[in-house]
Design a binder for this molecule. Structure first.
Ligand code: DGL
Length: 282
């Protein structure tokens, strides 16, 4: 069984792509609605909340947990992988983030390659990264992109409030205004030059990808994280088949630390035939 975690409903964009790609596998999803949004919380809070949720998914039988959340990945993935997991008493378990596959797609460089190679060494593209405040202040995207493509220009823009507004089903006009403000903030940094690519670095944002499309220039390639993550996850499972051995039951379990009825209703707006959520604690 594979665990997928997000602070709220945003990770459903990733889960949906994974279920479409691997219909035979079982997934358990956890949305930490009791604490969403994570994007404005302190790093220590994000690490502790993420750790509790990962452990809750391990207890449910997931040996591999994917953080379907950029904020949790940017702030907590490394600390959980390197500091917590080796001593946590969960041998044979792992936790993965979604920054690595996104950086691989943006730089066309495998994650394991951390020094510039030809032709990446000479690429001068401009990449815009839209994320929560916490993802942007972590600096993880520019840091990892520049390791592989030192001449790329990485412009970050915090879209404060956008994930929360999506989660709260704000009216389209309100979402449009937030996206327009984010794009305007990014263009102010580039001097009006449209980026070659844009990373929607928050798993809530694919739900408003059409609004980013409207406000970004037609030449800007939008990196779709659900697709990018599903592609990379396929490679990962080929290399580590023991995480899915014998799993052909295709079960889907959805858990929330919030109100299950309310979250089930909201989730259907994003994914019409999604099964109902059950309440859990972490
Ligand atoms: N969906 C999450 C992300 O990818 C964050 C939303 C939040 O909790 O602020 O960053």
């Amino acid at each position: 069984m594979i665990g997928v975690f997000d602070s709220g409903l945003g990770g459903l964009t990733v889960l949906r792509a994974l279920v479409a790609r691997f219909p035979q596998l079982s997934f358990v999803y956890l949305g930490d609605h009791a604490h969403v949004p994570y994007g404005n919380r302190s790093s220590d809070e994000v690490v502790e909340l993420t750790r509790r949720s990962v452990e809750a998914l391990y207890k449910r039988g997931a040996k591999l947990v994917l953080l379907g959340c950029n904020t949790a990945t940017a702030v907590a993935a490394r600390r959980l992988q390197r500091i917590w997991l080796p001593h946590a008493g969960w041998p044979g378990h792992n936790v993965l983030g979604i920054v690595a596959p996104t950086v691989e797609a943006a730089t066309q460089t495998p994650w394991a390659v951390t020094t510039p190679q030809y032709p990446q060494k000479y690429m001068t593209d401009t990449i815009a990264v839209f994320g929560t405040t916490r993802t942007v202040t972590s600096g993880v995207y520019p840091e990892e992109i520049r390791k592989r493509c030192p001449r790329m220009r990485v412009v970050q823009q915090a879209s404060a409030g956008l994930a929360g507004a999506i989660e709260d089903e704000a009216p389209e006009a309100e979402l449009d205004a937030l996206v327009a403000a984010s794009v305007a903030g990014m263009l102010a940094q580039t001097g009006g030059v449209q980026p070659h690519s844009a990373i929607l670095g928050c798993t809530h944002f694919p739900l408003v990808e059409h609004l980013f499309r409207r406000h970004l220039g037609p030449s800007t390639r939008i990196l779709s994280q659900p697709d990018v993550v599903a592609n990379s996850f396929e490679d990962y499972l080929e290399r580590k088949p023991h995480y899915t051995d014998c799993d052909v039951s295709g079960e889907l379990t959805l858990l929330t630390t919030g109100d299950a009825d309310e979250i089930s209703a909201r989730a259907r707006v994003f994914w019409p035939d999604v099964p109902a959520f059950s309440h859990t604690t972490t």
